[in-house]
Design a protein around this ligand. Structure first.
Ligand code: HEC
Ligand code: HEC
Length: 351
């Protein structure tokens, strides 16, 4: 019996398919590696202010920064990570907590701000006391009521761990763990926390979403009454102002503490208004739990405190006149700034 030759060989079309499939798998892997797009500036945002030239964001640097952000070894007793007070589902703020709640259950005096769009911030903290994002983490790591640790100890703990030296090598070329590298990696993670996928963004970019009548009325009112301080598209003009909230017995003098200028006393950084549904409560000390209370403040309770912003004092009139309907319209607009994709982005979650 003659066995046809063809049966002994792998048919040519099988080889072709095989090569084709390996090609696809190889491409897929390359795609996954290339999946990390790096930092990109949303079309409708201004140019960022962060100095990327001294800290270029790489996939390895970002992955290391993310791990460090969720790392409890950054605190004295290994119980508190940055993410304890900056929770992703709360747009990286500490929702429900008026003031920060740190190590040994100690309380601070200020509300944990959201971590988002920091590449566009020129100063950090409610009083702008820190002017470089790369220096920011030193404050919570060493703060007695936050993480209460020494940078030196953090570096030692990380160096002794089985995972970090390798991760630092991938990110920075050698296994050496220095504070500069630690801080750069944390910045890389925080810079990637970009919130630009709200309904408002989609409307601005013309990518499908349309405001309802109520949202649109709210947007028009917002532009008249709020935008000079909470300037779109970041919803802050990065300035320090006094919005007339009454002082409390903590008597936090805000920016005045930093500059020691009388004209800065009781002024605070204008916060972004993105993701307000996730960042309750509001103001530097988390005194308001609803947007209705915030608008009631602007309409009825602005105090003639020293340095009250002139925009909130027209002649003898204090505050911003707002009818009940107008307040509802503004709140409807503010909710279009919620970015559900950001608070659920798996790339920014603990891995
Ligand atoms: C115990 C709670 C707590 C921990 C832990 C904590 N933070 Fe914060 N964070 C705060 C508070 C409160 C503020 C505002 C402080 C102020 O204005 O004085 C803040 C402010 C910030 C800001 C400034 C944001 C802005 O818009 O100005 C950044 C950035 C930040 N934290 C990053 C971090 C990083 C990184 C870590 C970990 C190394 C960390 N935080 C750990 C509570 C915390
Ligand atoms: C004169 C400038 C100015 C104007 C006008 C202004 N704000 Fe503010 N706003 C601020 C400042 C400053 C703060 C932070 C004050 C603090 O925490 O002590 C703030 C805080 C807020 C907060 C709290 C956000 C957070 O994350 O804690 C909301 C919400 C808010 N403003 C909404 C509005 C709305 C809505 C309008 C218009 C009706 C408005 N603001 C008009 C300056 C202004």
């Amino acid at each position: 019996m003659i066995i046809p030759k063809i049966n002994l060989r792998v048919p040519r079309y099988v080889i072709v398919i095989f090569i084709f499939l390996t090609g696809i798998i190889a491409c897929k892997k390359a795609l996954l590696d290339a999946d990390f797009a790096g930092f990109s500036n949303p079309k409708h945002f201004p140019s960022p202010t962060y100095h990327f030239e001294t800290n270029n964001i790489t996939k390895e640097g970002f992955v290391l920064g993310r791990k460090l952000f969720y790392e409890k070894m950054l605190s004295a007793n290994n119980t508190i990570s940055c993410a304890n007070c900056h929770i992703q589902s709360a747009a990286f703020s500490h929702n429900g907590h008026s003031v920060s709640h740190g190590i040994h259950d100690l309380l601070g005096t200020r509300n944990s701000p959201a971590i988002m769009n920091l590449a566009w911030s020129k100063t950090f903290m409610w009083d702008g006391g820190i002017f470089d994002l790369d220096l920011q983490p030193v404050a919570p790591i060493t703060n007695r009521v936050e993480m209460d640790e020494h940078l030196e100890n953090v570096l030692n703990k990380l160096s002794a761990s089985p995972v970090y030296p390798v991760m630092f090598e991938k990110a920075f070329g050698s296994t050496e763990i220095t504070s500069a590298r630690l801080l750069k990696a944390l910045s890389q993670f925080m810079l990637m926390c970009v919130s630009d996928k709200s309904k408002y963004d989609s409307v601005q970019l013309g990518t499908g979403a349309v405001f309802t009548m109520e949202e649109n009325e709210g947007y028009l009112l917002f532009k008249q009454k709020c935008n000079s301080c909470h300037t779109e598209p970041l919803f802050t003009d990065n300035s320090f102002r006094n919005n007339g909230i009454p002082q409390t017995n903590i008597n936090d003098s805000g920016r005045g503490k930093v500059t020691l200028q009388a004209s800065d006393v009781y002024t605070f950084k204008v916060p972004s208004l993105r993701n307000l549904s996730f960042t309750v409560p509001y103001m530097h000390d988390g005194r308001f739990f609803t947007l209705e209370e915030v608008l009631d403040h602007y309409a009825n309770h602005v105090q003639p405190t020293p340095n009250l912003d002139p925009l909130l004092q027209q002649g003898t009139n204090l505050g911003i006149s707002l009818t009940t309907v107008q307040r509802q319209q503004i709140i409807a607009f503010l909710k279009t700034l919620d970015d559900h994709a950001f608070v659920r982005n798996p790339d920014l979650s603990e891995q």
